[in-house]
Design a protein around this ligand. Structure first.
Ligand code: HEM
Length: 203
């Protein structure tokens, strides 16, 4: 078994992780409305060519991963109840894989065209890859590699949060909404992954 002594996180870091965790819970719970078919549903997404059946598949898996992912990083919880970490980790990974396949199927049907489709499709492929490697390294008990792949996977899962933050900010800048959405299909995850890589270099 490979282990690594991890430096305890400092306060600014804890604050960012906490904020990301809180926002992820809110976005996850709000997203389940697609499963119930209630509340404000985005017309452009309902118009996605592949919305039936893939939107339901995507939201069911992705929102579940988003709901539980932040808890996986709480050190004391992981150390005191490792069996819970293992089971919620499996649910997280299955959520990412189901959500990722759903996202990959939805991507080419985006009403925003090929630039947005490519952004979502590449995100889905990275998400499936990082999560699969995170799972495989856990099974192989290589916990150093497992932690690194799961940090990358979580940074990509958080694309759901950053996408919505950018969507809220877009009306404040003079840009065509569809062009803004095309840019967001990339901006929602590329910076997240870069930040994760910078963090991993220092950790
Ligand atoms: C990280 C990989 C992800 C990929 C590749 C992805 C991909 C997509 C795609 C292609 C669409 C349709 C967009 C369109 O038609 O223009 C979509 C919509 C949606 N996705 Fe994801 N997604 C990801 C993560 C997540 C996560 C983690 C959640 C969890 C809440 C989520 C929840 C939703 C919801 C609720 C919609 C409907 C649109 C809305 O209300 O904004 N997605 N996603």
């Amino acid at each position: 078994m490979t282990t690594q002594a991890m430096r305890p996180m400092r306060w600014p870091g804890r604050l960012w992780w906490g904020l990301a965790g809180l926002l992820s819970l809110l976005v996850a719970v709000f997203s389940y409305r697609y499963l119930a078919g209630v509340g404000p549903l985005a017309p452009n997404v309902l118009a996605n060519t592949f919305a039936a059946p893939w939107l339901i598949v995507h939201v069911a898996g992705a929102a579940t991963a988003l709901l539980i992912g932040s808890f996986q990083f709480i050190g004391p919880l992981r150390r005191r109840v490792p069996v819970a970490h293992r089971w919620t980790g499996r649910v997280y990974a299955v959520g990412c894989l189901v959500g990722g396949v759903g996202g990959l199927m939805l991507a080419p049907g985006s009403t925003a065209g090929p630039v947005a489709a490519a952004g979502f499709a590449v995100l889905a492929m990275f998400w499936l890859t990082t999560t699969t490697l995170g799972w495989r390294t856990a099974v192989a008990r290589d916990f150093v590699a497992h932690r690194r792949w799961m940090i990358r996977s979580w940074a990509l899962t958080l694309a759901a949060v950053t996408l919505r933050l950018y969507m809220v900010g877009t009306p404040l800048i003079p840009v065509d909404p569809v062009d803004g959405y095309r840019a967001i299909a990339w901006l929602c995850w590329v910076p997240n992954l870069l930040i994760a890589e910078l963090y991993l270099r220092r950790a």
